[in-house]
Design a protein around this ligand. Structure first.
Ligand SMILES: [Zn+2]
Length: 183
């Protein structure tokens, strides 16, 4: 995972705020955990309609807790492959702020295997955090800042019932940072 480079002028303040917002409030009841368990069993059965329904339940409950409009979700079969200058990477999901639509892919692009539950849930939380950036925090853009990855990690580990992992940042050229996590 890589952070975006800080924008040059106009949006720099927003980026810094995103970068410095390192945590996220979490619900105190276990409702999200119950829903993620049903996402996991729907994935195990491999039925995309059940996966979609349980993901929608997760997003409804999370949106209600954060006081933002609900976003919709599409669960698609195989992930598209995207070609970039340096090799190919697989796209796990995306979020469109205009339509408030999250798309997540259940199967890997190459071998068409069902994505691991951890990767899938982490993607869902990541895309929902883009939604929060626009609707809760009111950022003009949703950057992959350090704060963004921290917030997405807080939500993911909470929703999965696992211990939060500390993230480390390795500076790269151009102001970007490489995200590493230690178990
Ligand atoms: Zn993203």
């Amino acid at each position: 995972m890589l952070t975006d480079a800080p924008p040059r002028k106009a949006n720099r303040a927003g980026f810094l705020e995103s970068d410095q917002t390192r945590t996220l409030d979490l619900p105190q009841d276990g409702s999200l955990l119950t829903i993620t368990k049903s996402i996991e069993s729907a994935m195990r059965r491999g039925r995309s309609t059940d996966v979609r329904r349980t993901c929608a339940e997760f997003l409804d409950a999370a949106s209600e807790f954060y006081g933002v409009p609900t976003c919709t979700v599409l669960v698609l079969a195989a992930r598209p492959l995207r070609t970039r200058e340096r090799g190919t990477f697989e796209l796990f999901g995306d979020y469109s702020p205009d339509s408030m639509l999250i798309r997540v892919w259940m199967r890997t692009a190459v071998r068409k295997e069902v994505t691991s539950f951890g990767t899938f849930l982490s993607t869902l939380c990541h895309e929902f955090c883009h939604h929060l950036d626009f609707k809760k925090f009111g950022f003009v853009d949703s950057w992959h800042s350090r704060g963004f990855y921290e917030r997405a990690g807080v939500l993911y580990h909470y929703a999965r019932g696992t211990a939060l992992k500390k993230l480390f940042w390795v500076p790269l050229a151009g102001g970007r940072l490489l995200v590493r996590q230690h178990s």
